[in-house]
Design a protein. Sequence first.
Length: 275
Amino acid sequence: MTLTWLITGVSSGFGRELAEQLLAGGDRVAGTVRRPDAVADLVETYGDAFSVHPLDLTETDRIREVVDAAQARFGRLDVVVSNAGYAVFGAAEELTDEQVTHQLDTNLLGSIQLIRAALPHLRSAGGGRVLQLSSSAGQVAWPGSSLYNATKWGVEGFCEALAAEVAPFGIGVTIVEPGGARTDFGHGGLRFAEPLDAYDGSPAAAVRAFRDGGPPGVVGDPARMAAAMIASVDQSPAPLRLVLGSDAWTAVTQVLEARLAAVRPQRDVAFSTDA
């Protein structure tokens, strides 16, 4: 069955990988980009199966218009992938107000508004899927990535509640939590705060290494990760979370176990506060 996908941020990274695999497999893709020339080769290769929609997610007043245009172009939307985003690294005190606002507008508000705009179309079609790209950083907090963590934790909370809201309409929601992947995320997808001397040698300063390409040993294969995302659409019911990469699985399971270990001893105190 041919599916129609709406994917944000198809010019690079996971968005590009998803678009290429889906189009090669015969599906149709409506992709958003900030620069249409970045996907000119896909337009040339796949023609009418691929439609391009210029969009910067910070332009939240245009998101519904773009989603409606994608629906009109193909007549239906089956899968919506909220993929576009980036990371700002640096200690919370090092961040500028502009960096904070732009990161929240893109990763959190942009994702929320995209999904909200797509829901009427999915409901009218009798169902569909939403894939929200998060990260292992949606479960694990690291010094120096507090703002990025805030956006990913925020969108995960939104999507977890959303999944229960839209299940009666046949709409499945999956939060994708990849670990490190060999994408071009570090070239444009990563931005940095201006370092303060006070944080030299602190835990937050460790993220500064990413300026030089990041730590070695990144294991994630973006093609395999994209293929796993695509395969998840055939699963019923939709998996609420899809953890990708051995590094992500290890980090997420460790932090969840540690979180439970910290909360369990508080049972008596918790119950003692009941009226």
